[in-house]
Design a protein around this ligand. Structure first.
Ligand code: ATP
Ligand code: MG
Length: 481
């Protein structure tokens, strides 16, 4: 296996080596950068470990660059890092992280170890997986030599995640490593060694001592992987998922009654997530896929003569989104609103696949989806997971038809970014009203008339309609209007 570094990276490593040599500090490249470079994966985070004071080394390295980057020092952790400005605005900066080689020992109630200075061997021993414990010397007589005490290269070759020490101790010491093992397996397409896997299954309960933020960081990395289902399936099978995301586990399984079953909504959801991942890298669209059917268990009924139904699961699911985002400490901002909206709307395009659909129904979908129309269509197309190829083709063709109808109506009526041509302020001014119920009634009536095709999407038509509607409510324009 070869390290594939750019000229710029090689020059950068040379600067670190020169600074380290002049401080007589034994220094190594270590961790994710070595792993990813050996795998040929893009990476800009570079971790250095040195025997002795890493803060001084970071300062000495930074001083070799112009303009000199400002260094963040974390004295109590014995680490320091700085960013090196990118060559162009399109490329991310390098993040150089320096840490002093250390020996760690753990206490059962915390994932924070007590730390003392150590050798490079001690430092490699504290790392979570063999593939993350590789180091490359930056020292004068051994420059470029790989130090692989645990067979990390072999595991990279075989595609295996394995702990250097006993899995039980590794995961009990720092249970976040269980999430990391599953996340790396997902990102790299690796398998988890069977002993390591047993360590995860046996220690799953220990995840409770990990902060939600760290768990959610790992979940997001799984969501953003090329085939995210791999990670969720492993989380489920390890017993971690029921502890960190019980609402997803509630989707598992198919119930049978009177010989009728429904699909396993967990595996359906994972397939929808993978399908979305093929079309979009958007983290939040992927979250919408993960949550689109989340209320199926809560709304499940068996109707005699009809079978299983999940009436209203999109509405109930929409309401669950802010709760789940709160529990997972995901942001409660416009991203959450986007996910909620997609969950709420995910059945709407299907209802438009019938023949003879009216312009009015198309306008309502365009209006409700707005800028998220394309995302919604990606979700709906991903939601077709039937094994019957003919059925899939028929549904996809139907969605093509919906897209075309939406395009036609949008070109004609410009609904997607519709702004009310008549504002509430104008209504108040014309009729001398203060903020009150009739203002809302008139505004909604104008919107409905436009969506129903009663009036065209224009200011003049809306103004005339406003006068008519107001008259029905017994309102007359004030003098001068
Ligand atoms: P990524 O940057 O994609 O998350 P990474 O392997 O670089 O992957 P970092 O969190 O950046 O992960 O950590 C850098 C290195 O520090 C890892 O490669 C590993 O050697 C070590 N490390 C990080 N977290 C842990 C942990 N919880 N337990 C043991 N070693 C860890
Ligand atoms: Mg990293």
């Amino acid at each position: 296996m070869d390290i594939q570094c750019t000229q710029k990276e090689l020059a950068l490593l040379q600067e670190v080596a020169t600074a380290a040599t002049s401080l007589q500090r034994e220094t190594y490249l270590v961790g994710g950068f070595v792993r990813d470079k050996l795998l040929g994966r893009p990476t800009t985070d570079i971790d250095f470990v040195c025997v002795g004071d890493a803060l001084e080394l970071a300062g000495a390295v930074a001083a070799r660059f112009r303009p000199t980057p400002s260094v963040d020092y974390f004295k109590s952790f014995g680490t320091a890092h700085f960013f090196l400005r990118p060559d162009s605005p399109d490329t991310p900066p390098y993040d150089l992280e320096f840490v002093g080689a250390r020996k760690e020992s753990y206490h059962p109630s915390s994932r924070k170890p007590s730390v003392e200075p150590g050798t490079i061997q001690d430092d490699q021993l504290r790392r979570d997986f063999t593939i993350n414990a590789l180091a490359i010397s930056l020292n004068p007589t051994t420059y470029g030599q790989l130090i692989d005490p645990f067979g990390g290269i072999g595991d990279l070759d075989k595609g295996v995640i394995r702990t250097p020490l006993s899995p039980d101790t590794t995961f009990s010491d720092d249970p976040l490593r269980m999430m990391r093992a599953i996340r790396f397996a997902t990102q790299l397409g690796f398998t988890i060694d069977s002993n390591t896997w047993k360590g995860i299954v046996d220690n799953a309960e220990r995840i409770r001592i990990i902060s939600q933020e760290r768990i959610t960081d790992e979940l997001n990395k799984i969501v953003e992987a090329r085939i995210p289902s791999v990670g969720f399936d492993l989380l489920y099978k390890s017993g971690l998922l029921k502890l960190i995301f019980p609402q997803l586990v509630a989707l598992v399984g198919a119930e049978y009654k009177d010989g009728q079953g429904h699909k396993d909504n967990f595996y359906h959801t994972l397939q929808v997530l993978d399908n979305v991942a093929k079309s979009s890298t958007d983290r939040w669209l992927r979250w919408a896929a993960l949550l689109h059917d989340i209320a199926k268990p809560a709304t499940k009924r068996f109707e005699e003569g009809h079978g299983w139904t999940f009436h209203g699961h999109e509405v109930v699911g929409g309401r669950m989104v802010p709760k789940i985002f709160t529990a997972l400490k995901l942001p409660l901002n416009d991203k959450m609103k986007f996910v909620r909206k997609l969950v709420e709307l995910h059945l709407r395009p299907i209802s438009l696949t019938k023949e003879n659909i009216t312009d009015s129904a198309v306008r309502r979908l365009l209006f409700d989806a707005g800028d998220n129309f394309e995302s919604l269509m990606i979700l709906c197309e991903a939601d077709i997971t039937s094994k019957n190829k003919q059925k899939v083709k028929r549904f996809l063709d139907n969605f093509l038809w919906v897209r075309q109808r939406c395009r036609e109506v949008e070109e004609k009526d410009h609904i997607r970014n519709w702004q009310p041509p008549i504002t509430g302020e104008l209504i108040m001014e014309v009729f001398g009203l203060s903020p009150s119920k009739p203002v809302g009634i008139i505004k909604d009536a104008i919107k409905d008339a436009m969506l129903d095709g009663e009036i065209p999407n224009s200011y003049d038509a809306a103004y005339a309609f406003m006068l008519k509607k107001a008259a029905e409510l017994g309102l007359v324009p004030v003098a001068g209007q």
